[in-house]
Design a binder for this molecule. Structure first.
Ligand code: 13P
Length: 258
């Protein structure tokens, strides 16, 4: 299901947290309770794979969706030890899948692999959240060229009809796990650049339509400004997404931005 509404999208990337299924269940229960009260915001939680089923519910919860942190490039079941197919994720109710997170790229995901994962996720009718972002910034702006190349290579030979369903999460690596997020003004500038890259790749309308999230040290304190001044469509949240009071506060604060 592509994210086509004008609503804000808040994605919680739990990474390798929490330690137990009991804790995961508790987190999910609290976030569901918060999600139903929202008016302008959709919430996606991405727990570790073993906890996805325990975090999802049989009944549909308003404004609440399940996501996964990874999907295999293998499109069919078979002799692929350790792999989790996109079709399996879809089968357990996953709607969104994070693809190309910098922590996975660091462990060996190349642009080629990222492009193959994107295809596998799209092939199952789920929405990939494609993570891109520069490692460092330089005065001369070479990082913009690198960002452009990363987006192009990650999208590979995707047709426009498929690219329409991608969500881009801009996560500057230097802002992940940091003390502070990127300045909201700079988020605005870079999100415009990303939209321009999409316009160049797939046509002007795509530049206007592509959903862009920001990720990197988002908290309930800085989230409203990043949305309002950074003019992004949503946020990809790490640490704050496994902190119950912080994430609930963040959802409420973002919802008020409208
Ligand atoms: P933090 O919010 O902990 O900086 O993590 C960001 C991130 O990597 C989300 O995918």
């Amino acid at each position: 299901m592509p994210h086509t509404s004008h609503k804000k999208l808040i994605v919680g990337n739990w990474k390798m947290n929490p330690a137990t299924s009991a804790e995961a269940k508790k987190l999910a229960r609290k976030f569901k309770r918060a999600a139903v009260t929202l008016e302008h915001t959709e919430v996606v939680i991405c727990p570790p794979l073993p906890f996805i089923t325990i975090c999802s519910s049989r009944k549909k919860v308003s404004h609440f969706h399940m996501g996964a942190q990874v999907a295999s490039t293998q499109e069919e079941s078979g002799p692929h030890t350790g792999e989790v197919g996109a079709h399996m994720l879809r089968d357990i109710g996953v709607e969104y899948v994070i693809v190309g997170h910098s922590e996975q790229r660091k462990r060996g995901d190349t642009d080629l692999l990222v492009a193959a994962r994107l295809k596998a996720v799209l092939g199952q009718g789920m929405t990939p959240i494609l993570c891109v972002g520069e490692a460092t910034r330089d005065e001369s702006g070479a990082y913009l060229e690198a960002l452009k190349n990363q987006i192009k290579a990650s999208c590979g030979d995707l047709l426009k009809s498929s690219a329409k369903s991608i969500i881009v999460a801009y996560e500057p690596i230097w802002a992940i796990g940091a003390a502070e997020a990127m300045k909201a003004e700079d988020v605005y500038e870079t999100s415009l650049f990303i939209k321009k890259v999409f316009a160049d790749l797939y046509g002007a309308d795509m530049g206007l339509k592509v959903t862009v999230l920001y990720g990197g040290s988002v908290t309930f304190r800085n989230a409203p400004d990043i949305i309002a001044i950074g003019k992004v469509d949503g946020l990809l949240v790490g640490r704050e997404s496994v902190n119950v009071p912080g994430f609930v506060e963040l959802l409420k604060a973002v919802d008020l931005v409208g």
